[in-house]
Write a protein that binds this ligand. Structure first.
Ligand SMILES: Nc1nc2c(ncn2[C@@H]2O[C@H](COP(=O)(O)OP(=O)(O)OP(=O)(O)O)[C@@H](O)[C@H]2O)c(=O)[nH]1
Length: 610
């Protein structure tokens, strides 16, 4: 009986193969030695195109055994449905024949009957993709694919040689086949069993689905609960003004009578759960809203950026506080006499103000207060006045002669004094005013310097001329000048490598740059800017001296006055060299460059209250 049935089942093979070709040809060799059939391989693992199959005899034997076992199981019920099965077999055969016409692969296939029937007995597939075995949960998708592509089946001996199906694939297919047998037997019998199968299917998916449903149920529950009016509306009723976001209580609702307020009266109709939730939300957020509305004193307020003047004052605070502290202690309970004046002069010189400025201050103080009591405030006021007198003549704007096209600015200075940064700041001001600016990366010693200037050019929308590392800086300056002329730039700013003023070779190179520029225009460079680091102190005086001689420095910019500056030196430099001081740097930002103001600077150094 079982054998006869299997034979019939075999005849499904062709049709079934069309739907789901199995790894067939090895099947005949299958011996009842197969011990296990591993869980199905997901359909994705099944090759869509012919691929090498390497089936082991053991696997196939397993498949056969499984199939037989399946058939055996089927037998009792199948007997009663034998006619239907037969009819079904014929149907499938017919389908198989049709498929055979359509598929050469299947025609050629020497699929052994033992396999085909198993595959063919996947009614679900044959009948519209119903899962092979609903109970084969893990297979689901894997079992669903109606067929292994026909190309997967070995057509010829050569194909067999090439086929290398994994044991897993075979086991999968075999398992499917076995399951199919069960289904075939069951389905003709009663549709009730189908229903059962579906029931199983539902059960099979149930773990997942049930889990989802549970979650859904869990999620739904609170919604349901939230939609239950009593817990929500009482707060609304109790605090009508707050519950509904400030809505006034209804006229009929006694303002403070909780019992009189309908427990479930929402402020507006809630057609469905979603809105219910939204409507319910105000009752919860009330607490949160209150929390949100709490003053945000906990969050640290962002520190407002100090003005440039505040930064200047802070930067010069060390100088000024040290100075004023010493001055105050000097003049406590002392009348102004010669010894006191000498002590004051020493203090001012130590503060880098220079001998000349120190003497001006003491002379003025003596003329006003000699033999009288003197307070620290008196000294600070006089000091600020005298420093202002020194600085005022040098506090000049940077003049640009735009008839030059371009006005060439050469920037020089010791390493790290802020040349490149200052160039960026200047470019920002100029291009911001609508001028056409070109930058030249004349610091060819450091790759980082070139990159740094490129970034500044990018930020300030300036043109940039650069060359490779180690290139001749003078040559680059020359080319940049030519290019700036061609492009009709208003201003060309040339960066140079930082160099110590005592390095003769580097200073000679700087000289060469100036000379080369002069070949294109005798007046070029039209401005030679030297940057001075305000934290340097006395050394800055010497720097100016030497750079002025070598490069013809025509103006100064003091940088880093926002740091622990020793600004007194600028007074000494100004008094001695009388070079214009155009700007001061008060930070690393693009806007942290301020025109130099003598009075501000003087008062900051003298510690006069702002
Ligand atoms: N705080 C502060 N830092 C500044 C100021 N100006 C420049 N700097 C910083 O000083 C450092 C050196 O600046 P650069 O512009 O690279 O100096 P440089 O003269 O071009 O340096 P070299 O190319 O080595 O000669 C950088 O970290 C700048 O951000 C300023 O006004 N204030």
């Amino acid at each position: 009986m079982a054998i006869g049935f299997i034979k019939k089942i075999f005849s499904f093979g062709k049709g079934a193969v069309e739907e789901k070709p199995a790894p067939p040809q090895e099947a005949p060799e299958a011996a009842p030695g197969a011990e296990t059939i591993t869980p199905a391989v997901p359909s994705e693992d099944l090759p869509d195109e012919p691929r090498e199959v390497e089936a082991t005899a053991e696997d196939d034997r397993g498949a056969i055994e499984e199939a037989e076992a399946g058939a055996g199981e089927i037998a009792p019920s199948a007997e009663s449905a034998a006619d239907e099965v037969d009819a079904r077999s014929e149907e499938v055969e017919a389908n198989a024949e049709t498929a055979a016409d359509e598929s050469v692969a299947i025609e050629d296939e020497s699929a052994p009957p033992a396999i085909s029937p198993l595959v063919g007995e996947m009614p679900g597939r044959a009948e519209g993709g119903k899962p092979l075995s609903d109970s084969a949960a893990p297979r689901d998708d894997a079992a669903t694919p109606p067929s292994v592509p026909s190309g997967h089946l070995p057509h010829k001996g050569g194909d067999q040689g090439e086929t290398e199906a994994t044991a897993k694939d075979d086991q999968t297919r075999t398992e499917e086949a076995a399951a199919g047998v069960a289904n075939v037997a069951a389905s003709p019998d009663t549709s009730a069993e189908d229903a059962d199968a579906k029931g199983e299917s539902a059960e099979a998916r149930s773990p997942d689905i049930a889990a989802h449903e549970d979650i859904a149920a869990d999620e739904t529950a609170p919604v349901e609960d939230e939609s239950v009016p009593p817990p929500i509306s009482p707060p609304g009723g109790e605090m009508p003004g707050r519950a509904e976001g400030g809505e006034r209580p209804t006229d009929h609702a006694p303002p403070r009578n909780e019992a009189a307020i309908p427990p479930s009266a929402p402020s507006r109709p809630l057609p469905h759960k979603g809105e219910d939730q939204i409507a319910a939300a105000p009752s919860l957020p009330k607490g949160f809203a209150t929390a949100d509305k709490r003053p945000k004193e906990a969050a640290p307020a962002p520190q407002p950026k100090l003005s440039w003047y505040q930064r200047l004052r802070r930067g010069l605070a060390r100088t000024s506080s040290q100075l004023t502290g010493q001055i105050t202690s000097l003049f406590t309970k002392r009348k102004l006499d010669e010894a006191t004046l000498q002590d004051l002069e020493d203090l001012l010189i130590q503060a880098d103000l220079g001998v000349e400025t120190a003497m001006r201050i003491t002379d003025t103080l003596a003329s006003e207060r000699y033999g009288k009591d003197v307070s620290g405030e008196d000294v600070s006021r006089i000091m600020a006045g005298e420093i202002t007198k020194v600085l005022a003549p040098v506090a000049k704007p940077l003049e640009l002669d735009l008839s030059h096209k371009p006005h060439v600015i050469l920037v020089v200075g010791v390493n790290g004094t802020g040349k490149t940064t200052t160039i960026g700041k200047l470019a920002a001001k100029l291009s911001g005013a609508g001028m056409k600016v070109m930058l030249a990366a004349g610091d060819t010693f450091r790759a980082a310097a070139i990159e740094q200037l490129k970034i500044w050019a990018d930020r300030t929308k300036s043109d940039i001329v650069s060359s490779k590392l180690g290139a001749d800086a003078a040559g680059l300056a020359y080319e940049a000048f030519q290019l700036a002329r061609e492009k009709k730039s208003d201003v060309l700013i040339i960066d140079t490598a930082g160099r110590l003023q005592n390095k003769a070779e580097l200073m000679a190179e700087l000289e060469k740059i100036v000379r080369v520029l002069g070949k294109l225009d005798p007046d070029a460079p039209h401005t030679v800017l030297q940057t001075l680091d305000a934290t340097t102190g006395q050394n800055a005086l010497q720097q100016v001296e030497i750079f002025r001689n070598v490069a013809g420095v025509s103006g100064l910019i003091m940088t880093k006055l926002d740091g622990t500056a020793r600004g007194g030196i600028l007074v000494a430099i100004s008094a001695k060299h009388k070079l214009p001081v155009y700007f001061i740097g008060v930070g690393e930002g693009i806007d942290d460059l301020e025109p130099f103001e003598a009075k501000d600077f003087a008062e900051a150094i003298a510690g006069v209250a702002a």
